[in-house]
Design a protein around this ligand. Structure first.
Ligand code: BTN
Length: 245
């Protein structure tokens, strides 16, 4: 991972370019990094505030030998990498909020965007985008994320070398990823659950407009939340809209 790195000062989105490179047939492990993104994007086509150089914006191309149904595991894997890296760098204990947010003190410090392409029931490529807020000051966070987001600098009153943060992420990613390919998802799931936001607590969710509530009790191997609903039945949530209390 990261043997080949393309580093740009300014680009539309590292994710868009990494997908293009993957489609062109690049090797596994290519990393695209940008100082600034003009059109950074998050899940559900949301905007990702990255038109400045205060964060780490990168995407990596993987070609894992897994089935498409397993690709959410890559998001969870990446979350455990970020948990470790943030803890190592700041000594704080971040949490992971399903499916792809990393929080410090309840505020979002990083997001993960996994986009996979399948061919013949096999993942052809997966592009993992990581956005980590590093050196923003409080006044630099603008609406609509002003109150819900944070950065390493805001939480610790220190600034960080982005180069060091990137190197730490790539090293750790390499270790965890090859371990996952060899030994599977189990240890990642255990680690993920240890830092899971609101595990064991009640949450409200809506499926097809119907609002329900239940307790978040586990994570499934295909990356779903497992909820025990008020009728004591277990339900698997893929992309339900969730209201976290
Ligand atoms: C989310 O929380 O919705 C995911 C955010 C992912 C942002 C990163 S920044 C690097 C890469 N390029 C993008 O355009 N998005 C991802």
């Amino acid at each position: 991972i990261g043997k080949k790195i393309e580093h740009y000062d300014q680009i539309e989105s590292t994710q868009t370019l990494a997908i293009k490179r993957a489609q062109e047939g690049c090797d596994e492990g290519l990393v695209i990094i940008a100082e600034k993104q003009i059109a950074g994007r998050g899940r559900r086509a949301r905007h990702w505030d990255s038109n400045h150089d205060k964060g780490v914006w990168l995407s990596l191309v993987l070609r894992p030998d897994i089935m498409p149904i397993q690709s959410p595991q890559l998001t969870l894997l990446t979350a455990t990498v970020l948990l470790d890296v943030i803890e190592e760098i700041t000594q704080l204990k971040p949490e992971v909020k399903w499916p792809n947010d990393i929080l410090i003190n309840g505020k979002k410090v990083a997001g993960i965007l996994t986009q996979a392409q399948a061919e013949h029931d096999q993942v052809h490529y997966a592009v993992i985008g990581i956005g980590l807020n590093v050196n923003q000051e409080k006044s630099e966070l603008t609406d609509p994320i002003k109150h819900s987001a944070t950065s390493l600098q805001i939480e610790t009153s220190k600034s960080y070398s982005k180069q060091l943060v990137i190197q730490t992420i790539l090293n750790r990613f390499e270790e965890v990823y090859f371990n996952y390919l060899k030994d599977g998802f189990k240890s990642i799931k255990t680690k993920w659950l240890k830092s899971a936001y609101r595990l064991g607590e009640r949450l409200e969710y809506s499926i097809n407009g119907e609002v329900k509530s239940g307790v978040f009790i586990d994570l499934s191997d295909d990356g779903c939340l497992i909820i025990e609903n008020d009728d004591r039945q277990q339900e698997k949530l893929y992309t339900a809209k969730i209201h976290w209390f």
